[in-house]
Design a protein around this ligand. Structure first.
Ligand code: SF4
Ligand code: SF4
Length: 201
């Protein structure tokens, strides 16, 4: 396994916008009309990802987990266990957002994109035991011009079609592992190294 020292990682800080204020709670049976307009607005805050998602994106790009980690991930310094996709060099948008001139924007890795991206315009979602907690799911309203356009979806079908349940479960597994790690040591460097190991394994 390739070893990466925490000091090799890129430190960036992107303020997390108060997007929750612009969302509404939804239930599984709720319906919404949606067709992505490829405006790129939701890519202005690069996604927070877990090791499974990182590995999937690495494979999609033909990179090793370690190379993907070094090249494309950054950490929020005040929350040292939260890893994010890097912003691009020219602005704070996700590095995978492509903006060809006079053409719609697109995601370079959408097929392998993490749950935060695949679920849009649904935001969040979680488990309590084996049950999806509908109250944790929200629709982006003001931020997403695709809402209200295109065909009708139900929240339940959207979750199934986007494979979100599996992704939420994997994220829950990651958070459980993180919890165990964090209770096993108070040494931040040791903890950071162990978390990095999970990403590049
Ligand atoms: S904000 Fe909505 S319409 Fe714009 S790219 Fe994101 S999902 Fe598509
Ligand atoms: S991974 Fe793709 S969909 Fe997700 S924020 Fe980046 S460009 Fe947007």
């Amino acid at each position: 396994m390739v070893k990466i020292h925490p000091s090799d990682t890129k430190l960036t800080y992107i303020p997390f916008k108060d997007v929750l204020a612009e969302m509404v709670d939804v239930k599984l049976k709720d319906k919404f009309n949606f067709e992505c307009q490829r405006c790129g607005s939701c890519c202005s805050d690069p996604p927070r990802i877990n090791p499974k998602e990182s590995s999937k994106m690495a494979e999609y790009l033909g990179l090793s987990n370690a190379d993907f980690f070094k090249e494309y991930l950054s950490i929020e310094p005040d929350q040292f266990y939260i890893w994010k996709v890097l912003p691009s060099k020219k602005d704070d948008r996700c590095i995978f957002l492509k903006e060809p001139k006079q053409k719609p924007k697109y995601c370079e890795v959408y097929e392998a994109a993490p749950r935060q991206c695949r679920g849009r315009p649904l935001f969040g979602g979680s488990y309590v035991g084996d049950i999806v907690r509908p109250k944790a799911m929200k629709l982006q309203i003001n931020q997403c011009p695709g809402l209200g356009k295109g065909k009708e979806h139900t929240v339940k079908r959207w979750i199934r079609e986007k494979g979100l349940v599996k992704m939420w479960q994997e994220n829950l597994d990651y958070r459980k592992k993180l919890g165990l790690l964090m209770s096993s040591t108070r040494n931040e460097n040791e903890l950071m190294s162990k978390i990095i190991d999970m990403f590049i394994a």
